[in-house]
Design a protein around this ligand. Structure first.
Ligand code: HEC
Length: 207
């Protein structure tokens, strides 16, 4: 009797062991589901990383300066054909007394893409993935260097990005994941060929 019970117990244990081995893939599948949920949660309710990046760019106000405007019934509106393409190369240059502006404050075009101030004149950059005039050749590392360290063109040896690009006050504080999401979004927008002019040094220093 005892032997029978022992062997029944052994058989049961073996069966359970076998079941456990059989069920091994189950925890892995659970882990995959958990990963998928975690990945989704990382996008803060957005279906993809790029959609989250779109949201970050929108609330970050990047279009205010990087997207040219056209006049609408209530004033300047974003020009959807130039999304994030920077200061339009063909736009007539701002006509202000630069030296006075350098002393007194700053001046800006109606579309907020050309800025005159103590630093000289700066033009908002083309962030679209155009390979020659935009960020098409950039890696995410270049975006990290631009948004965190204020490095022009995202190059370690690049000059410091000029005002009013808020890299020091604002974009420096994006998390790693946020910068990656912004990069993912910038890869999805239409590339626009627009060669933004190089900035000008202060007029006052040039006399
Ligand atoms: C108040 C205006 C303003 C806002 C807002 C702004 N930028 Fe800029 N940004 C600029 C200007 C001007 C430059 C070019 C400065 C220069 O030439 O040094 C620039 C440059 C950049 C560059 C460097 C591009 C290059 O080719 O070197 C990146 C990247 C960038 N901005 C991303 C962003 C992102 C992302 C946002 C939103 C979070 C943003 N900017 C918001 C004005 C702005």
């Amino acid at each position: 009797m005892k032997t029978k019970m022992v062997s029944a117990f052994l058989a049961l244990s073996l069966f359970m062991l076998y079941q456990c081995a059989e069920n091994k893939p189950a925890p892995a599948a659970d882990a995959m589901a958990d990963d998928a949920m975690a990945a989704k949660a990382d996008f803060h309710g957005y279906a993809t990383e790029a959609e989250w990046g779109h949201h970050l760019v929108t609330v970050g106000g990047c279009n205010d300066c990087h997207t040219p405007k056209k006049m609408g019934p209530h004033g300047p509106e974003l020009d959807s054909s130039m999304m994030l393409a920077g200061h339009p190369a063909a736009m007539p240059k701002i006509d202000v007394d630069r030296k006075a502006m350098e002393k007194k404050g700053y001046a800006v075009t109606m579309d907020l893409t050309e800025w005159v101030g103590p630093w000289g004149v700066s033009y908002t950059a083309n962030l679209t993935p155009d390979s020659t005039t935009g960020t098409g050749a950039w890696t995410v590392e270049n975006l990290f260097l631009a948004l965190r360290e204020g490095k022009s063109k995202g190059l370690a040896a690049g000059r410091t990005i000029l005002p009013p690009m808020p890299w020091n006050e604002a974009t420096r504080h994006y998390t790693d994941d946020e910068i990656r999401a912004i990069f993912a979004y910038l890869r999805t927008i239409p590339p626009i060929k627009n060669a933004v002019p190089a900035p000008l040094p202060p007029a006052s220093a040039m006399q």
